[in-house]
Each structure stands twice: as structure tokens, then as C-alpha cells.
Ligand binder design. Structure first.
Ligand code: BD4
Length: 276
């Protein structure tokens, strides 16, 4: 567990340029003065009062910190330190410089099956580590899969802002990730589980192989309706020469009933992923 340091962050780190931002957080490159090592610093805005709508509650922030500090895996970004002051909490995170898998895809439009399998093996290994610790990410998408370096195909899962620990009996329902990637149980406000992440991996695989997004509609409502109806097809011309094994892998994940969906173990054993 981390006890949040009350010291002045700028006393120990040079703060660099912003590299990303979300609703209540800004991510900046920063450099530890003592060692000149670069990190990603996530500056999270704290709620001023309980009823304030701006910023995150200290409970939400502590949840993200406790989840990140519970995991240690080469395909998941590491948390090194936590600072806090009256207006924000600063997470000092491992810096991954290769950009989002999303950008890699944008430049390539799509990847061949061998490259896709290399990326998926790493995503599945990271997700296996999470699920073994009863943690669900709940926001798996290409923007949250970052490549280690410019021409590296090593990737790490980032951004645990929506992740949850599945405690015994506690039903997790209230999360919404990014419409394009959320499972039917999120759309229908049903209990979430590790299978919710597996659905997102199915969507990511579909996009990796075709460049198309299986459920994307003209607006959020249409997207959510397509998901709830599990209305997708392989008609996208880009699936013309995709192997049956790859389609079978995707079909095992884009199933409405979470209990029928392939687990991360099923995926790691799937012949498309682990050819015997
Ligand atoms: C070089 C670079 C560029 C943008 C980055 C990051 C690194 C980055 C990082 C992290 C997060 C949560 C967001 C990040 N972003 C924001 C965009 C993430 N989708 C992180 O935890 N480590 C990063 O390097």
C-alpha cells in the first residue's frame, strides 16, 4: 500500500509537457531530479466538497491506487509513487513512450494475423494477471494499450480509472466505459464480471484484424442498441481473407451471456493463439 506523500511534488520532479488528459486528470511527462529517470505523472483533481461534481472523491482515487499497487506484471504499467496536496493527487507511473496501439493501427489501418496474435498474447497475459487478482479493468480499448517504444511491439495496459476489485458478493453495476467497447451487461445495467473484459478483447480483436468497429453506430444510442442486440457480422470486406480460427476466437467472446463467453484461460489455449 502507498501512503500518499505530502511533500511538494515539484521539489523532487521536473514537470514536463502534458501528454494526455481526461475528465478530471492530466498526464504529464516528468523527471525524477535525483536520477533523471522519466515517468508519467497523472494529476488527478480532488473534489473540494462531498457534493462537488468536479474532481474525484478520495475514495475513488484510493481505489485506483490500491488496485495499481496490487498488480505487478510486465504487460501492466507500474505505479511507483503517490503525492497529494489539497487540490490534487499525483500518481507517478511507468512511462511508455511508443504511443497507443490505436495510433499504430491508424497508421497501419489493420495488422496481419501474426502481428495481431503477438499483441493479443500480451493483452491476454496482462488480463490473466488482473483476473487472477479478482480485478476487472472495465475500460479495455486500443487507447489504453500503449506500446513500449517507437518500433517496439511490446505493449502495456494503462489507465485503471474505471477498474474494480470483484469483492465477494459485492455486485459492480454502475460503470460505463467507452460505448464502442462495453459489453451488453454494462448497457443493461447487469452485474459485471471478468467476462466483461473478455467482451472488450473480442471488440479489440475485431478492430485489429479489420480496421472496422463491430458495433459502432451513428450515435451513442445506436452503438449501445447494436451491443445489446449483439448485432455484428464479418461482412466487412476486410474479413475476406481472415482465417476461420480468428473468426472463431472473436465469436467465442462476442456472446451476450457472460457465462458462455471464453475466459482469459480459454483464449490463451485457443488454437489461433497457441497453435499446437
Ligand atoms: C508517451 C505517452 C503519450 C500519451 C500518454 C502516455 C504516454 C500515458 C501514460 C499513462 C497514462 C495513464 C496515459 C498516457 N497518455 C495519455 C493517452 C493515453 N491514451 C501511464 O500510466 N503511463 C504512460 O506512459
Amino acid at each position: 500500500e502507498f501512503n500518499f506523500k505530502q511533500d511538494n511534488f515539484e521539489e523532487f520532479y521536473h514537470i514536463g509537457e502534458p501528454i494526455g488528459s481526461g475528465q478530471f486528470a492530466v498526464v504529464r511527462k516528468c523527471k525524477l531530479k535525483e536520477t533523471n529517470v522519466e515517468y508519467a505523472a497523472k494529476f488527478i483533481k480532488r473534489k473540494r466538497t462531498k457534493s462537488s461534481r468536479r474532481g474525484l472523491s478520495i475514495e475513488d482515487i484510493q481505489r485506483e491506487v490500491s488496485i495499481l499497487s496490487a498488480i505487478d506484471h510486465e504487460n501492466i504499467v507500474k505505479l511507483y509513487d503517490v503525492y497529494e496536496n489539497k487540490s490534487e493527487v499525483i500518481l507517478v507511473l511507468e512511462l511508455v513512450c511508443g504511443g497507443e496501439l490505436f495510433q499504430f493501427l491508424a497508421e497501419r489501418e489493420k495488422v496481419n494475423e501474426d502481428e495481431a496474435v503477438e499483441f493479443l498474447k500480451q493483452i491476454l497475459e496482462g488480463v490473466r494477471h488482473l483476473h487472477e487478482h479478482s480485478i476487472v479493468h472495465l475500460d479495455l480499448k486500443p487507447e489504453n494499450l500503449m506500446l513500449l517504444g517507437q518500433n517496439s511491439t511490446r505493449l502495456k495496459i494503462i489507465d485503471f480509472g474505471l477498474s474494480r476489485k470483484l469483492d465477494e458478493g459485492v455486485e459492480v453495476k454502475d460503470i460505463t466505459g467507452t460505448p464502442e467497447f462495453v459489453a451488453p451487461e454494462i448497457v443493461n445495467y447487469d452485474p459485471l464480471c471478468t467476462a466483461t473484459d473478455m467482451w472488450s478483447i473480442g471488440v479489440i480483436t475485431y478492430i485489429l484484424l479489420s480496421g472496422c468497429s463491430p458495433f459502432l453506430g451513428d450515435d451513442k444510442q445506436e452503438t449501445l442498441a447494436n451491443i445489446s442486440a449483439v448485432d455484428f457480422s464479418f461482412d466487412c470486406e476486410d474479413f475476406a481473407n481472415t482465417s476461420l480460427l480468428a473468426k472463431n476466437f472473436i465469436q467465442g467472446l462476442l456472446l451476450r451471456n457472460p457465462n458462455e463467453r471464453a475466459t482469459v484461460y480459454d483464449c490463451l489455449r485457443h488454437p489461433w493463439i497457441r497453435p499446437v
